[in-house]
Design a protein around this ligand. Structure first.
Ligand SMILES: [Ca+2]
Ligand SMILES: [Ca+2]
Ligand SMILES: [Ca+2]
Length: 333
């Protein structure tokens, strides 16, 4: 039915699985409670540094998201029973790989992406997701993390039909597809923000990130150094931390947690920032959102836009403060 074109592995680069046992040693320890410091058991050790470098905790003072907003995660599916994703998964997801209505994850990658965006925060369990929103699980990558252009295009169209506000595409290929670009353009025209990872080969930006109407996200380390696996070039818009990102995971039939590295894990931070901004102003268009995020990014490397880090690393607090000031100014006119 579709042209079967292989898309390279979604990129579990250097994926380190942390077993339930090794995570467990943090449970039951003293929980330090501070203003806007989530009580999730893995936060202090595995997430705090990364979240602080992107000014996420400060941003939470302005917005934490809204369950009326939906991010479609086009990926390997999502662990529908993960305890840290309870209440965050829409029931009307779809599996375009096996053509059924059960978008369960059989690879693990999509569960990591979903958790970064929307795992339950401050529930004294696991990780702290960045935003409060609903996830629409759309399975377009198979049990080896590979997909084809036809399924990805269908998945994008499905997400738009379902009313998604943001589409996260943590997958890529060097092969251009008119069908995928048409779907990205249609989503953009419908007011849906399309966010895609640049790829992990350290070479040219892959598709769909290279599509004009996708926001292309590369990766930096927690020290804000360019990550040498991150694909780069003219199309890079932004970077986020992609190295050593803790999240939910599905592995060997079990709901667990993982520490993952790749541009796949940078893009979901930008999707979450889009959610936070939309929760403050749901009239923002994809282009306005992109401008807001790029203008308020932390410039890295050579001054101004550069091909490795785009306009820089997303700065959550500055982005939301800028939006807040715009909204406040509009109110007083
Ligand atoms: Ca299925
Ligand atoms: Ca949690
Ligand atoms: Ca720069």
């Amino acid at each position: 039915m579709f042209t079967k074109r292989i898309i390279r592995s979604a990129g579990l680069v250097f994926l380190t699985l942390l077993t339930a046992v090794s995570w467990g040693k943090f449970d039951g320890g003293p929980v330090v409670t501070a203003h806007l410091t989530p009580n999730d058991s893995l936060y202090a050790t595995y997430q705090a540094k990364i979240y602080e470098v992107m000014a996420i905790p400060d941003a939470w003072e302005l917005a934490t998201g809204d369950t009326s907003l939906t991010v479609a995660v086009l990926d390997s599916g999502v662990d529908l029973n993960h305890p840290d994703l309870v209440g965050r998964l829409l029931k009307n997801g779809y599996d375009f790989v096996n053509e059924d209505s059960d978008p369960s994850d059989d690879y693990g990658h999509g569960t990591i992406v979903a958790g970064i965006i929307a795992a339950n925060t401050n529930n004294a369990r696991g990780i702290a997701g960045v935003s409060t929103c609903m996830i629409l699980p759309v399975k377009v990558l198979n049990s080896q993390g590979k997909g084809n252009a036809g399924d990805i295009a269908e998945g994008i169209k499905y997400a738009v039909t379902c009313g998604a506000d943001v589409i996260n595409l943590s997958c890529g290929t060097t092969v251009y597809s008119r069908e995928v670009e048409d779907a990205v353009n249609a989503a953009h025209a419908a007011g849906v923000v399309v966010i895609a990872s640049t790829g992990n080969t350290g070479g040219a930006v892959e598709y769909p990130a290279a599509c004009e109407n996708a926001i292309a996200v590369g990766a930096v380390t927690a020290s804000l150094d360019y990550a040498d696996y991150s694909c780069y070039g003219d199309q890079v818009d932004l970077v986020a931390v992609g190295t050593g990102v803790a999240s939910t995971m599905f592995n060997n039939g079990k709901s667990t947690y993982a520490n993952a590295t790749g541009t796949s894990y940078a893009a979901p931070f930008v999707s979450a920032l889009a959610v936070l901004a939309l929760s403050m102003d749901n009239t923002l268009t994809p282009d306005a959102l992109k401008a807001l995020m790029t203008e308020n990014a932390t410039d890295l490397g050579p001054a101004g836009w550069d091909e490795h880090t785009g306009y820089g690393c997303v700065n959550f607090a500055r982005t939301l403060l800028s939006l807040w000031e715009k909204l406040a100014a509009a109110d007083t006119v």
